[in-house]
Design a protein around this ligand. Structure first.
Ligand code: 6GP
Length: 816
């Protein structure tokens, strides 16, 4: 079993060594960065030696492994998480005391690894944590972006984006592996050669080749034997410099190919659930998929080449949404062109290894690439794609719906039209042996609304795996006081077995436990209040209700519904400053995609209203509004433990799952939410008394839309709505500048209110009133908060991973 853990003395020695020899640092206590780096390097040594033994064991036992292909990973900071997972957090605390350093200070150093946009990227990070924790062999594959998600600040309330410099001076966690670099061909043309037997062979003559260089970030399992790897590909030019061109005097041209190659992994596209359709993005996708497929095959390379039967049995490849879909065609191409396999065997292998997860039903997120672009960048792949489509339509579709041309057009991987497009999701569903949604309701809608014909064709293929979150980062590490309290009462290793928190249920009414639980919440609120003041200058009281909405900014997530309700409260308070209401702080964190105009207007409006509300003495501090800049994983870790209320208010049917909802509830926040995504399952777990549900259901939303929704009906009949929407046209919040906040009103009225904000407003406002009443009964609220923590066991990402293992990947654990 587990090796002896690092002692404080041993760690002290290693940190000293790195300070002195790796960093050349003289003992300067002010230089926390140096101490942070030395500590990371010391820990990473232990991590890497564990990685080596994990590798050797996995190879020796020849277990099946999963390869998780994702364009995004939102890892956050790594130090505290790695210390907890290795079980050496206390040892490190002691070691650093020898240098007069606080570990908690050092854990605040270092940039987030923000190589993702939102939910999809953070889910990938939680899944890697769980895979290693459960001792499954797994590799995450992604892009080594030079710049992750942009840094956000506000200038007079407006969002400003600046590049993220997460590895300006290198990251101590990653290791470059030049020996595993790959060459990736692109562009060019296909030659068709007739063979002696009359068959035609396609030979691709690419015109450009890029190099993919892998950087490995070790992924440490919690209290397990396993360290897996997240392998991120950086693009480089094949020749560092083109000397021929240089010698011919064309110095600039000599650099140009370098620049082109290095552009590929330069920056993460900042669009959340929106397909920008840019050529560079397409190349990014292909580049990292091609590198990863080569890498996966290389791992199976024995003395006599690859044993393909073993490969098919030992390999699972999971596509995290459609972004890595091209991996399918690349594997088929590789098997045929590079390894001489026949079409049918190659296709059977592809169908055996690939599975696909859908993360959204939003039409604007469903990726399509133009056939023209495909033809230019990947001409050989387009040929293969056509062949896949032909076989699918002629054999499978035709067998089920003979000569049904409408059905063919509907299911075809190619969409005919003015511009012919490749439907990436169709390619995924046609190939994958399993397709899953990420919460019960979402998976149901994937079947009924998104892919009903595919479901009829293959009734077993479409399935559900409800998302989860790692309790290591999202409770144990981010909320140490609550963790300690839990450990006093729950004897099991609850961070591994989250269901064991259920035993807290019996303490929910216990006055002493309630007091301790709520005291911890208050302490966390005090800390967050300090953070709020340092980030925004706004003073908030820890005795107010902390009401939190943290997630990407998107109309379907309805930050503007929250905003309208804030306006309503403000209006009510101005009319009656003595109105009975517990003081409330509304806290937002959200980045808007740089090209998403309305999302940016919503941020601006919230900031403007915040300015006014926060400085209005008439309302006696009953209402505060703060928009925290640069929302990211490390900020979430500070906000979540301090939340009283969790806003999960998407239009029913639009939020596939949500995972912030799980993190907040786990930390004792009570949800106000719609019956959407995983909210439904959270409500099932905690019971109706411990959640505030409001708004139209999925079926009601459909009915409203079908009968012709007119937002003016609500605007005109609800007098409060009339007042607050008209308020936005005035210069009340923007003195001298009327109409500065009108974009929201315009989208809700003339824009047709596509996400039914006005239709849900009254019900939302009523739910908030009920919530306020509940908060004013401390024992009742404490019970609700405790039950939320106690009943989140289902949402452990270990459970999600076990579901994937049982239903899709069929892995066996590989512990010592
Ligand atoms: C998100 C979904 O919006 C969210 O509901 C879900 O919890 C998360 O994925 C993880 O499954 N989708 C994305 O972030 C995305 O980019 C293409 O989808």
């Amino acid at each position: 079993m587990a090796k002896p853990k690092l002692t404080p003395a041993e760690l002290t020695k290693r940190i000293e060594h790195h300070l002195q020899f790796t960093l050349g640092e003289v003992a300067d206590k002010e230089n926390k960065q140096a101490y942070w780096r030395a500590t990371c390097l010391a820990i990473n040594e232990a991590v890497i030696s564990k990685l080596q033994t994990t590798r050797a064991r996995q190879q020796e036992k020849q277990v099946k492994s999963v390869n998780y292909l994702s364009l995004e990973y939102l890892m956050g900071r790594m130090l505290s998480n790695n210390l907890h997972n290795l079980g050496v957090f206390e040892a490190a605390e002691k070691a650093l005391k020898n240098f007069d350093m606080e570990l908690s200070d050092l854990c605040e150093q270092g940039a987030d690894l923000a190589l993702g946009n939102g939910g999809l990227g953070r889910l990938a990070a939680c899944f890697l944590d769980s895979l290693a924790t459960l001792d499954y062999a797994a590799t995450g594959y992604g892009v080594h972006y030079q710049h992750g998600l942009f840094k956000q600040s506000f200038d007079q309330g407006r969002q400003i984006e600046e590049p993220d410099l997460w590895r300006e001076f290198g990251s101590p966690w990653e290791v470059c592996r030049p020996e595993a670099a790959q060459l990736i061909p692109l562009y060019g043309h296909v030659e068709h050669q007739t063979q002696a037997d009359g068959s035609v062979k396609s030979i691709w003559h690419p015109s450009v080749t890029f190099k993919g260089v892998p950087w490995d970030v070790p992924i440490v399992g919690y209290n397990s034997d396993t360290v897996n790897v997240l392998r991120l590909w950086e693009s480089r030019a094949v020749d560092a410099f083109n000397w021929d061109l240089f010698n011919n005097g064309d110095y600039l041209q000599a650099h140009k190919t370098n620049v082109q190659a290095e552009t590929v992994s330069k920056v993460l596209y900042p669009n959340d659930e929106h397909d920008a359709g840019k050529e560079l993005r397409f190349i990014q996708q292909y580049f990292f998929c091609a590198c990863s497929i080569k890498d996966i095959i290389a791992r199976h390379q024995g003395l006599n080449g690859v044993d393909w039967a073993a490969f098919a049995n030992d390999t699972a490849i999971q596509l995290n949404d459609t972004h890595p879909t091209i991996a399918i065609v690349e594997l088929q191409r590789t098997l045929i062109d590079d390894y001489g396999m026949n079409w049918n065997d190659a296709w059977a292998l592809c169908r055996k290894v690939f599975a696909y997860t859908n993360h959204t039903l939003l039409p604007e997120a469903l990726e399509k690439w133009s056939v023209k672009l495909f033809e230019r960048v990947l001409p050989r792949h387009l040929e293969i794609l056509y062949h896949i489509n032909e076989e699918f339509l002629n054999n499978e579709v035709n067998a089920k719906w003979p000569h049904d041309f409408q059905m063919r057009a509907k299911l075809s991987i190619i969409e005919e039209g003015a511009e012919r497009m490749v439907r990436m999701a169709h390619l995924c569903v046609v190939t994958a042996h399993k397709v899953n949604g990420v919460a019960e309701i979402h998976s149901k809608l994937v079947k009924s609304d998104l892919f009903p014909e595919f479901d009829a064709l293959w009734p077993e293929k479409l399935t559900n795996v409800t998302n989860g979150i790692t309790p290591r980062r999202w409770l144990k590490a981010c909320n140490p006081e609550l963790s300690k309290l839990i450990s006093k009462h729950v004897k099991k290793d609850w961070a591994k077995d989250l269901d064991s928190l259920k035993s807290l249920e019996k303490l929910a009414d216990d006055a002493k436990f309630q007091k301790e639980f709520m005291a911890i919440k208050r302490n966390n609120k005090v800390k967050l209040a300090e953070e709020i003041e340092s980030l925004t200058g706004v003073k908030v009281s820890p005795d107010a209700i902390f009401d939190i909405q943290i997630k990407r900014l998107h109309e379907y997530k309805r930050q503007h519904l929250n905003f309208l309700h804030i306006l309503a409260l403000y209006h009510r308070l101005l009319e009656n400053p003595d109105m009975e209401m517990h003081p409330r702080v509304f806290i937002f964190g959200a980045k808007a995609a740089p090209g998403y105009h309305l999302a940016k207007e919503i941020i601006f409006a919230i900031n403007k209203v915040a300015d006014k509300v926060n400085n209005d003495v008439r309302i006696k501090d009953k209402l505060k509004v703060v928009f925290l800049p640069n929302y990211r994983v490390s900020l979430a870790e500070k906000i979540i433990p301090a939340a009283d209320v969790s806003e999960q208010i998407s239009t029913a049917g639009k939020e596939a799952s949500g995972t912030g909802n799980m993190k907040l509830a786990l930390n004792g926040a009570v949800t106000i939410g719609t019956l959407d995504g995983a909210n439904i399952e959270i409500a099932e777990e905690v019971g109706d008394d411990n959640i505030f549900i409001f708004g139209n259901t999925v079926d009601q939303v459909k009915a409203i839309k079908a009968s012709g929704y007119n937002p003016y009906d609500f605007y005109e009949t609800n007098k409060e709505l009339t007042k607050i929407l008209d308020w936005l046209d005035s210069d009340f919040f923007t003195p001298g500048q009327p109409y500065e906040l009108s974009a929201i009103k315009h989208s809700l009225l003339d824009g047709g209110d596509p996400y039914l904000v006005l239709a849900d407003f009254q019900s939302y406002s009523d739910a908030h009133h009920a919530l306020d009443v509940a908060y004013r009964e401390p024992a009742r609220w404490a019970k609700m908060a405790i039950l939320n923590t106690a009943l989140m066991g289902k949402f452990n990402s270990d459970r999600s991973i076990q579901d994937y293992v049982n239903n899709i990947w069929q892995l066996t654990p590989c512990a010592e």
